[in-house]
Design a protein around this ligand. Structure first.
Ligand SMILES: NC(=O)c1ccc[n+]([C@@H]2O[C@H](COP(=O)([O-])OP(=O)(O)OC[C@H]3O[C@@H](n4cnc5c(N)ncnc54)[C@H](O)[C@@H]3O)[C@@H](O)[C@H]2O)c1
Length: 543
């Protein structure tokens, strides 16, 4: 492994540059910070020193370490002052022409073996490197915001990046205490690419009025464990910034249908609704808190007591079916499979993928798991409600329910009993419009799909995807390990049903995902999926 650099230059003293310079001086390198705007340079230096002091107060490092780091930090008034650097990281504005020019100017002042790294998030590293005198010395070092706190750095290889330059970038990231993952050059590299459907799929759900923005956010938080919902996040990042990223993905891929920007966002940007910074985006921030706190999970559900001991039939051999059998039993329901309950009158039937081998499901109101179609497709003209949740299901996890296009109240009986059953499990519920996978299922299955495309294209391994989304985006769990937990047949079922309902290529399943299912690598149900090779100890997963 390469030794980390002794002298690091950072160009651009804004949000990212200041954070990167702070990391470099804390890691022990003499750090030279440059910005062509003297006021921006002064602000950047001030921010770093204040942050070093704050970190010492909070016990993140000692006062001595903060003082030593501040001592190692120096302003560089000109680019020429960066001559002694072994590594220069540029964090200048996101413009290809500007970054190419910068690479050319830097090539003229630093030593021939100095590595030049770009922190671009949406340009091709290969294109930025084209401005440098020797493009093999240029790599991507993609930090996440806020750089001092987020634990991930993507080390991105452009087509000409040399192994020595990549090794130095990895060593630097390690010295800064970051998880470094390798990612191929391309739209969004690995992590931002895998994350694309989080906002895009949420926007489609909003556009189709499956739920409103606040409900979609709540479902992602309470059903999926995400710290923030997609709309809160878009408002925080800037709706206009997100729109530029979406356009860049679409352009760089020559029109990939999965990455088509949302017309809803175009309209918001045109209307100046760009998020927190302007006081209004999807939410209104002008009067303080933009949303009420999430209510606590139901403790003593209304009327649950009178259901206690009631017979609930669960059909299907899916992960969720088994979890429901266990959870229902734990709170006192008489949970049985269709064969065990034949001839009896159940309180509720939960159809989680009944097969022709099961006895016919009849005699009670039904809720159908929408993992292989919408309610309209799975119960045409019927009286069932649809539901969806993603394993692992536990008390407190939100469950979504739908009555579809119920115009005559014909789903009332099933709706009332299903809502009370889930409340009795301690699960909050959300009523949404009809769709395969409902809200969370649709978003998460598209996230898995995007990750499967990226892995198959060699953008990163399954393990790198999972480390990337956890450390770079604060996901509650690795997205591919989650897919294994859910069951890959469940994920594929949702995608295929969406493809059938919507037509076109937007929901086409990644061939890798389909091949895993065809070869019975279903994840938890069969012990092998994206992870868990034949020896059951495959931590790196599919590469
Ligand atoms: N903000 C994020 O969330 C984030 C995350 C990852 C990567 N990035 C990338 O980091 C880079 C910087 O983004 P930021 O958010 O820190 O921007 P910023 O606007 O906060 O800072 C940019 C700085 O560059 C300076 N600058 C202007 N012209 C320059 C030039 N010719 N040479 C050098 N510096 C110049 C500006 O004075 C400013 O201080 C961009 O490429 C961006 O895509 C940003």
């Amino acid at each position: 492994m390469s030794a980390p650099p002794q002298t690091v230059g950072v160009v651009g003293a804004g949000t990212m540059g200041a954070g990167i310079a702070q990391l470099a001086c804390l890691a022990g390198a003499r750090t030279l910070l440059h910005d062509p705007d003297p006021a921006a340079l002064a602000r950047g230096l001030e921010t770093i020193v204040a942050d070093l002091d704050r970190g010492a107060l909070r016990g993140r490092w000692s006062e001595d370490d903060a003082a030593a780091a501040a001592e190692r930090l120096q302003p560089a008034e000109t680019l020429a002052a960066l001559a002694p650097c072994e590594l220069v990281v540029e964090a200048a504005p996101e413009s290809l022409a500007l970054k190419q020019k910068l690479m050319g100017s830097l090539s003229a002042v630093v030593a021939a073996d100095c590595v030049l790294a770009t922190n671009t998030s949406s340009l091709l590293v290969t294109a930025v490197a084209a401005g440098a005198r020797a493009p093999e010395r240029v790599v991507g070092m993609h930090f996440f915001n806020p750089a001092p706190l987020m634990r991930l750095v993507e080390v991105v290889a452009g087509v000409h990046s040399g192994e020595r330059a990549l090794a130095l970038a990895r060593a630097t990231a390690a010295a800064m205490g970051k998880h470094a993952i390798d990612a191929a050059d391309g739209p969004g590299f690995l992590v931002n690419r895998v994350n694309r459907p989080f906002s895009l799929e949420a926007l489609r759900l909003l556009g189709e009025r499956v739920a409103d923005h606040a409900e979609i956010d709540r479902i992602c938080r309470l059903g999926g464990g995400f710290r923030m919902g997609p709309f809160e996040l878009m408002d925080l990042v800037g709706v206009d910034v997100g729109f530029d990223v979406a356009r860049s993905f679409h352009e760089q891929s020559f029109g990939e249908p999965r990455w088509r920007p949302s017309p809803l966002v175009a309209k918001m940007v045109a209307g100046g609704l760009t998020g927190r910074k302007r006081g209004r985006g999807f939410y209104d921030y002008r009067d303080g808190a933009h949303r009420p706190a999430d209510p606590a999970a139901p403790q003593e559900p209304p009327g649950a007591g009178e259901l206690e001991g009631g017979l609930v039939v669960v059909a299907g051999d899916t992960v969720l079916a088994h979890e429901l059998l266990d959870l229902g039993s734990a709170v006192g329901f008489d949970m049985r499979t269709p064969a065990e309950a034949e001839g009896e009158l159940p309180l509720l039937i939960l159809d989680c993928g009944a097969t022709d081998e099961d006895p016919p499901l009849q005699g009670g109101p039904q809720a159908i798991l929408l993992h292989a179609g919408s309610l309209a497709a799975l119960d045409p003209g019927g009286t069932a409600v649809g539901f969806h949740a993603l394993p692992p299901l536990s008390p407190g996890t939100l469950v979504e329910l739908t009555r579809g296009e119920d115009r005559h109240g014909s789903h009332d009986a099933a709706a009332a009993i299903a809502e009370r059953f889930f409340a009795a499990l301690g699960c909050p519920v959300a009523w949404v419009g009809d769709a395969p996978g409902l809200v969370l299922g649709r978003i998460v299955c598209q996230l898995v799909n995007e990750a499967a495309f990226a892995v198959a294209e060699g953008v990163g391994s399954a393990a790198e995807v999972d480390r990337g989304v956890v450390h770079g985006l604060n996901y509650p769990r690795g997205i591919l390990a989650w897919a294994d937990e859910i069951g890959l047949d469940h994920v594929l079922g949702v995608l295929d049903a969406l493809a059938e309902e919507h037509g076109g290529e937007r929901y086409r399943a990644a061939p890798l995902l389909r091949r895993l299912v065809l070869s019975d690598r279903l994840g938890r149900p069969t012990g092998e999926g994206f992870f868990g090779g034949a020896d059951g100890d495959d931590e790196e997963g599919f590469a």
